[in-house]
Design a protein around this ligand. Structure first.
Ligand SMILES: O=C(O)CCC(=O)C(=O)O
Ligand SMILES: [Fe+2]
Length: 382
């Protein structure tokens, strides 16, 4: 699969009776909007056949990097010990220098890494997973109290309606604005499980330490002033939490939990409970292995812009699975609203001319293109 002309998703499967239930195909395909009013979890509960609009896999020309598409601990997605990077007193130890180099190489080559020794306790990570699972396992009528509109963004529901011709994702999600705190729309914050809001607020606080440390380490690994990215994100940076629930799926060969995309944020921190996330690198899909309490840090387009293309915003997707459901908790970090961001001056020189112009509110542009299955990064090129 080659993501040429900014297109990141191609749907080339022909729909035929072997692929989805005849009953669905015999009737005119319901419009995406109507389908999205119903949760994937509900369809599974009622034993519905996956409707044709969910068919999205197109893997004929991309191989699985780790061979089996499953739990493969030899997958080369790098692991970085960010505990080592937290001791940044000069003179740097050899260990520190080596880990910094690893971080730089991971973000240059992969645009992501698995962070270990991040300082958040395993028991707390289990706790946030538990409240997430408890939320999704409630009856529909309870979850529907927090429903988003089909066209809206925040709340419980499906991903925004894609443009016609784009397939749908086999997942449900709860999306919440978390920071700045005065932007929280509490009507979407679940009251059950009762500890949900407190756990999410605590996770946000703990994550602040991890992300500040990572942001400084990223800058240092590029020989930049350590606060440069924190300054670009601004004091009122946007933090959004997305709880993804991937129901079991009868046709993982045809249907994806989440279509290939890049993130429009600065970066995301992902906590997964099962494998399923794949990153596209060197024309192959690599499954991100399950390391029980690791956090996957994955760059979005805005970090690619700020690093003048030195670090990459990777195309990624989520597979569906016929045997297990999957939950992921994603925290997105995006520069504050209305703030201009652009390549760091220290990363622009004769050898590496400026690739990107200054942009603001890039995430809005990202979503416009995402709905059409396209990347938006070219809109920021000089
Ligand atoms: O579920 C995951 O692991 C990744 C989710 C993701 O890519 C997203 O929410 O943008
Ligand atoms: Fe993503």
């Amino acid at each position: 699969m080659i993501f040429d002309r900014h297109e990141i998703h191609k749907k080339s499967y022909k729909m035929n009776e072997n692929m989805v239930g005849v009953s669905v195909l015999a009737a005119p395909a319901p419009a995406a909007k109507a389908l999205l009013a119903k949760r994937v979890q509900e369809m599974v509960l009622y034993g519905d056949e996956p409707p044709a609009l969910y068919i999205s896999r197109d893997d004929h020309d991309a191989t699985d990097g780790d061979g089996d598409g499953g739990d493969d601990f030899s997958s080369p997605v790098p692991i970085v010990d960010i505990g080592i990077l937290s001791c940044s007193e000069e003179p740097f130890t050899k260990e520190y220098e080596e880990e910094l180099l690893k971080l730089n190489s991971a973000l240059h080559t992969w645009g992501c890494f698995q962070a270990i020794e991040h300082g958040i306790s395993s028991s707390f990570l289990d706790e946030i997973r538990k409240v997430a699972r408890e939320f999704f396992e409630q009856p529909m009528e309870e979850k529907n109290k927090y429903s988003k509109t089909v066209a809206g963004f925040e709340g419980y529901g499906a991903n925004p309606v894609p443009e016609q011709g784009q397939p749908l994702d086999w997942s449900d999600r709860l999306f919440l604005d978390v920071c700045p705190p005065n932007q929280r729309k509490l009507q979407f914050w679940p009251q059950t499980p009762t500890s949900f809001s407190d756990v999410l607020s605590e996770y946000t606080e703990k994550m602040k330490i991890v992300t500040e440390l990572t942001s400084k380490a990223m800058a240092k690994s590029l020989n930049l002033e350590e606060n440069c990215f924190l300054k670009q994100f601004g004091k009122r940076l946007i933090v959004q939490a997305r709880f993804n629930y991937y129901s079991k799926c009868r046709r993982p060969d045809l249907i994806l939990g989440l279509k290939p995309h890049t993130d429009g944020s600065g970066y995301a921190v992902i906590l997964q409970d099962e494998v399923g996330l794949q990153v596209f690198s060197n024309e192959k899909w690599y499954t991100v292995p399950k390391i029980p309490h690791a956090l996957l840090i994955l760059l979005g387009d805005q970090m690619e812009i700020m690093t003048n293309g030195v670090f990459k915003s990777p195309v990624h997707r989520v597979l569906s699975n016929s045997e297990r459901d999957r939950i992921s908790i994603v925290m997105f970090y995006t520069p504050e609203k209305g703030k201009e961001i652009g390549p760091e001056d220290g990363l622009v020189d004769e050898e590496r001319p400026r690739l990107f112009k200054k942009v603001k509110d890039y995430a809005d542009t990202h979503w416009e293109y995402n709905r059409r299955g396209m990347k938006a990064l070219h809109t920021a090129h000089v």
